[in-house]
Design a protein around this ligand. Structure first.
Ligand code: UDP
Ligand code: MG
Length: 315
């Protein structure tokens, strides 16, 4: 093994995690203190409006290795994580949630695997033991769909708990997109990857900060930034309708050719049916195109993914 005293950065985005940060910090310390590496902790406060910042500041007073990055408002988990990854300066960079759901006991193994040559150590949440839950069900449905329609394979249960080598992180940092789905982006990168399964732990306290709307947002970012399939759906459905119209034309013409026009029923209901189907399909497809145009518009503005209000360095 080359450098034993490698620097390891741990990036933790936090949003309203008061009462939790101290415990997680203690858990992480209990694991990393016996390791020979130099650790640095990057807490990214994603615009919390409770005591989270104060609690991290109190920790930072005692531990000079803690860096606290405060964003100017709540930008969302993926943006906060990006902010932390952008400033982390270690040779091995680990990202994990600040709510205790990512078991810190895996850190030594993750660091070792990066040192042994893997550029990406990706953890995978094993949900099978848990009883049915809405989150688990929507998550597995989501991965089924995204893997059907996108060219990048994104592993089901992939968590934003992973270790990256410096090379892999630099590659990730070269992807400036505004709509970020880091799990997909990391999978897209390539590099030698190893997967570590883990059993999810319950949150220490507090509630999930992923509201339904945040989950939908993440799913839309993932689907539309990793796939053009929705546009192809539009194209093929449009094609089917054109074909149907063509067939209908032949059918109607056949009445004229055979001189049977008087037997043509005044088919109001079938006409309405066809109109509604075509109208509805057009709307849906326009919606797909609208989403792509909207996303392109937002990317084209080249806005930063996050804005830093303040950086407190333990040094
Ligand atoms: N988080 C964040 N900004 C947000 C939402 C969440 O920084 O807008 C943080 C949160 O504090 C936690 C991590 O991202 O450390 C994962 O969030 P959460 O535990 O709520 O997600 P879940 O585990 O329910 O998917
Ligand atoms: Mg969580």
């Amino acid at each position: 093994m080359k450098i034993r005293k490698q620097q390891v950065s741990i990036v933790i985005p936090i949003y309203n995690e008061e009462g939790v940060v101290g415990q997680i910090y203690a858990q992480i310390r209990a694991v990393v203190d016996s390791l020979p590496h130099q650790f640095k902790f990057y807490y990214v406060d994603d615009g919390s409006d409770d005591n989270t910042v104060k609690e991290v500041e109190a920790l930072a007073k005692k531990d000079r290795r803690i860096v606290l990055l405060k964003l100017s408002r709540n930008f969302g988990h993926q943006a906060a994580l990006t902010a932390g990854l952008d400033i982390a300066d270690g040779e091995v960079i680990i990202s994990m949630d600040g709510d205790g759901q990512h078991p810190p006991e895996m850190i030594p193994q993750m660091v070792e695997l990066v040192q042994s040559g893997y550029d990406i150590v990706q953890t995978q949440r094993m949900d099978d033991v848990q009883p049915f839950s809405f989150k688990k069900w929507t998550s597995s449905l989501f991965y089924k769909i995204i893997n059907k329609i996108s060219g990048t394979h994104i592993m089901p249960g992939a968590a934003d708990y992973r270790a990256l080598s410096r090379v892999a992180l630099n590659a990730l940092k070269s992807m400036p997109e505004y709509h970020r789905f880091l799990r997909g982006m990391v999978a897209w990168l390539g590099f030698s990857t190893i997967i570590l399964p883990y059993q999810p732990v319950d949150r220490i306290s507090g509630v999930s900060k992923y509201s339904i709307s945040k989950m939908i947002n993440l799913a839309i970012n993932a689907v539309f930034s990793f796939s053009l399939v929705p546009l192809y759906i539009g194209l093929s459905v449009g094609g089917v309708f054109l074909l149907l119209a063509f067939l209908e034309m032949i059918y109607v013409l056949s009445f004229w050719v055979t001189g049977n026009t008087s037997t043509m029923a005044p088919g109001w209901s079938s006409l309405m049916f066809v109109l509604l189907i075509i109208g509805g399909t057009l709307m849906v497809l326009l919606g797909f195109i609208g989403i792509y145009v909207g996303l392109i518009f937002q990317e084209a503005k080249r806005r930063p993914v996050y804005i830093i209000r303040d950086e407190k360095n333990g040094k």
